[in-house]
Write a protein that binds this ligand. Structure first.
Ligand code: ADQ
Length: 465
């Protein structure tokens, strides 16, 4: 019997990765154990089956989304319903006809393709909110293997789940997994609260949840980075990315351009800092934020809003030889990013909601331990649960953030070193290579009692009108 690892994610990396992070950690786990990575690829294969791509020590199988699937499953239900809802932005949820059915159809189609190639000893690891119902679909096809799920984004509050088109189906989606992994203890508490409030769920003495004949365990697995790789990148001898024109007090923000990252609040807080606290200083906020998901209206709006705010602030404060906000729309390579982190006196992470936020961990890892910068971190990023020695802020409170910038720029060396060391310890505890091993160890040992296929099929059809 083979014991392959089958990783399933919405997107499959186009080529074998060359630098750190989650993709590398999964790549290494697959190379070590042998296995298969399955995910959507825009150019590979056709819309009917799995298509083998690339040359890696394990198999990579891609499927292609049809235009309709891209519209309904990806842009629609995943990114216009689940993403805003899970990030406490129900006001941005767009419930269009076809989204929910398209999401379920794609998951069912994918399950059909996976069920045909699965073998008895295989362990399946599903990633993220695009594929929540995948295990339930696999169970309905008779797959009894261990199936783990990791949610990279926050677990929603119980009240918010009512916004889903078929809210009663959600618990059944999760219960079909053997193990559900979440970023933080707070996420885990919310997930367990959902099961506790559901009369179909029964809690077992070991904390696992019995639901419709199956048993699911729910645990937190805070994700991390390849901190050693990042430190080496940051510490290497390299030309200054700014050339001769290096800013005096560099403050950095690095995000995908997303309304969850609190960028307008960040810019307003920086403005408040300039207005109230800056006296005599001329700091530069370097914001790197390449646009994503531009076909979704909410993303077009945030882009326009930020351009307006940064224009206003620069218009009010800029001088011939000083631009307070430098706003870059392009992604920056990891090598340059590491150097910029190390140069920056302050890093601003002001997410309104965030599963973890790896930028916070990268910034800490990139610092010179003898003269580190200061991380200003939103209380609403998952990273805040472990990194209590960052300057924690309420991103909705402009003055709180402005004061934190002031404090960070004036912080004595001894305090900067103490805070950085404490945050670094948290970063090292969650190193991504350890993280994959830990998740897979727990998945291999938690109780396994998948529900009967009939039950699963009934549950699915109840929610699948
Ligand atoms: P993201 O929302 O993409 O991830 P985050 O964790 O901050 O958020 O970033 C992921 C990676 O992208 C980091 O390695 C970062 O360096 C890189 N990145 C981000 N912006 C960039 C830019 N402008 N230029 C270059 N690189 C950039 C989701 C969840 C997070 C969770 C991760 C991992 O939303 O909460 O931490 O998954 O689980």
């Amino acid at each position: 019997m083979t014991e392959r690892l089958i990783v399933v994610s919405n997107r499959i990396p186009t080529k074998a990765p060359s630098s750190g992070g989650l993709v590398v950690a999964l790549h290494e786990a697959l190379a070590e154990r042998g296995g298969v990575w399955i995910g959507a690829h825009p150019d590979a294969g056709d819309e009917k089956g799995l298509f083998s791509i690339g040359d890696t020590p394990y198999q990579r199988l891609a499927f292609r989304l049809s235009e309709q699937e891209y519209e309904d499953y990806y842009l629609g239900f995943s990114n216009s319903v689940l993403w805003p809802l899970f990030h406490r932005r129900s006001d941005l949820v767009e419930l269009r006809s076809g989204y929910s059915a398209g999401y379920r159809r794609l998951n069912a189609r994918l399950a059909g393709m996976i069920a045909r190639m699965i073998e008895p000893g295989d362990t399946i690891w599903v990633h993220d909110y695009h594929l929540l119902p995948l295990a339930q679909e696999l169970r309905a096809l008779g797959v009894t293997n261990r199936i783990g799920f990791f949610l990279h984004i926050p677990f929603p509050a119980l009240g918010d789940l009512a916004v889903l088109p078929y809210p009663e189906a959600f618990a059944g989606w999760l219960a079909a997994y053997t193990l559900v992994g979440l970023q933080t203890q707070a996420d885990t508490a919310r997930c367990l609260e959902m099961f506790r409030s559901d009369p179909r769920a029964e809690f077992l003495p070991d904390g696992a949840v019995k639901f419709d004949g199956g048993v699911v365990s729910v645990r937190s697995f805070p994700i991390g980075i390849d901190d050693e790789g990042f430190r080496d990148l940051a510490a290497r001898e390299a030309p200054n990315p700014f050339g001769k024109d290096a800013p005096e007090d560099l403050i950095i923000g690095v995000d995908r351009l997303d309304y969850t990252k609190g960028l307008p609040n960040r810019f307003r807080a920086f403005e408040a800092y300039l207005d109230r606290y800056a006296a005599g200083r001329r700091p530069t906020l370097l914001q790197i934020a390449p646009p994503t998901r531009e076909q979704v209206e909410a993303y077009r709006q945030i882009r326009a809003e930020l351009e307006e705010i940064s224009g206003q602030i620069n218009g009010r404060h800029a001088e011939l030889d000083w631009t307070p906000i430098r706003y870059i729309h392009r992604p920056v390579g990891r090598e340059t990013l590491a150097l910029l982190y190390r140069m920056a006196r302050v890093c601003l992470v002001t997410s309104l909601a965030d599963g973890m936020n790896l930028v916070a961990k990268e910034y800490v890892a990139a610092q010179d331990r003898a003269d580190p910068g200061v991380l200003v971190l939103s209380r609403f990023a998952g990273a805040a649960e472990e990194m209590e020695d960052a300057l924690l802020v309420n991103p909705y409170d402009t003055d709180d953030c402005a004061r934190a910038i002031d404090m960070a720029l004036k912080m004595p060396l001894s305090e900067r070193i103490r805070r950085n060391e404490a945050s670094l310890a948290a970063v090292e505890r969650t190193r991504v290579s350890t993280w994959t091993g830990h998740f897979l160890d727990v998945l291999a040992t938690v109780p396994l009692q998948p529900g009967g296929a009939d039950m699963m099929a009934r549950e699915w059809s109840l929610g699948g009108k």
